[in-house]
Write a protein that binds this ligand. Structure first.
Ligand SMILES: [Fe+2]
Length: 391
């Protein structure tokens, strides 16, 4: 998506012949918005429509927490035990028609290939490293990476060590914010990251193995399993703008001001009716009278989900790495008592958090219910004690 890429062998002109060992290869145009959006052109050894068997459909059903109150919430995901693989282990915390937010702490590696046929994915790597093998090449990843995988890309994870991911899935496109790009797609000087910080897939590996290969395709709110009689990574060349890439949160260049900057300064991605922001270690507001933590604010038409990754978050008491706060629409939220005073004179912060603001309400899952800290909604009542004044 960010810039033109090409890998492997390509014919000189698009839509012309490419042969391999006496076989005319199958050209596939994989594009967005009909034929008017970004696209990638791939050259396959086998026709990509070929299946050995349609081997079952599992509907994805989110179990909803039947809420009877509208309050601020705190979910503790830190103690969650590993479960499933990098796809089956995604446990949805909250969702609406625009985005689904899931925690994934896998206990095993994927034994199949996967493709999201109905949504773009952004996977924030809180812990872990490894490789995402994809149909267009391998993508190495490490802690702090956002792994951006457009719909249509077949992949599987290969990892080592413990893994913890926050996964965003959207039926709309997840893109670099428009205001960061010029008309040619280059990132502008005021943007908090640059094209050089975007790491596309490495070399293309073409597989010719035959046998039975299982692939699960997410489509129509479910997972359709197919069995192929060839390895799905049968591409000998591709070019275009639709491919996976990573961006590491350490490469985000925080934008600060003399007084407090609101979350749009931290925006990293834009989706359809939501944004994803990165709150990174940075210098704080330098006006002599500045209050360097957020002012009380009402998200009148948005829900604000914050996932705490590392560091100390000065505005919030009682949160820890893996905590999620959800400040829903229509309610003001503010630093807890004593936090503003405590922040005065601070020159920097080591907080690291990932935020998703949605412009339509989020629904919570029964999984989120299990992680709920019911005391959080009342945490603004307490007068600060001397202990509260220590970070
Ligand atoms: Fe907020």
């Amino acid at each position: 998506m960010p810039m033109y890429q090409a890998r492997g062998e390509l014919p000189r002109k698009r839509h012309t012949q490419l042969w391999r060992d006496g076989t005319l290869l199958t050209e596939e145009v994989m594009g967005l918005r009909g034929f008017s959006g970004n696209e990638t052109i791939l050259y396959h050894l086998m026709t990509p429509s070929r299946i050995l068997e349609a081997a079952g459909f599992e509907r994805i059903r989110h179990l909803e927490w039947d809420l009877d109150d509208h309050i601020h919430r705190h979910l503790r995901t830190g103690p969650v035990e590993p479960e499933g693989d990098q796809v089956s282990g995604r446990r949805v915390l909250m969702w609406n028609d625009d985005v689904e937010i899931a925690l994934c702490v896998p206990s095993m590696e994927m034994a199949y290939f996967y493709r999201n046929g109905e949504g773009d994915e952004v996977i924030f790597v809180h812990e872990g490293s490894g490789k995402v093998e994809t149909i267009v090449g391998d993508l190495t990843f490490r802690q702090g990476d956002y792994i951006v995988i457009p719909r249509g890309i077949t992949y599987r994870f290969r990892v080592s060590g413990s893994q913890r991911y926050l996964v965003f899935t959207s039926p709309g496109l997840i893109e670099i914010p428009r205001r960061y790009r010029n008309e040619y797609g280059q990132l502008l000087e005021h943007a908090p990251y640059y094209n050089r910080d975007i790491h596309p897939v490495a070399e293309l590996k073409t597989h010719t193995e035959r046998g039975e290969f299982q692939i699960k395709v997410r489509i129509k709110h479910g997972l359709q399993t197919y069995v192929l009689d060839y390895h799905p990574f049968d591409v000998v060349g591709w070019d275009g703008y639709v491919y996976p890439w990573t961006f590491n949160v350490e490469d985000f260049e925080p934008i600060t001001k003399r007084v407090h900057m609101p979350p749009p300064a931290h925006q990293t991605f834009e989706g359809q009716n939501f944004v994803i922001c990165s709150f990174c270690p940075r210098r704080l507001d330098w006006d002599p009278l500045a209050v360097p933590i957020p002012y009380a604010h009402s998200n009148l038409n948005s829900d604000e989900m914050m996932y705490y990754v590392a560091g100390s978050y000065a505005a919030r008491k009682g949160i820890e790495a893996g905590s999620i706060t959800l400040h829903p629409s229509g309610l003001p939220h503010a630093p807890q008592p004593g936090r503003a005073e405590l922040s005065l004179g601070s020159t920097d912060t080591d907080e690291l958090a990932v935020m998703c603001d949605t412009f339509h309400p989020l629904r919570l899952s029964t999984f989120a219910q299990q992680l709920d800290d019911p005391a959080y909604a009342y945490s603004w009542n307490l007068e600060p004690s001397p202990a509260d004044r220590s970070r």
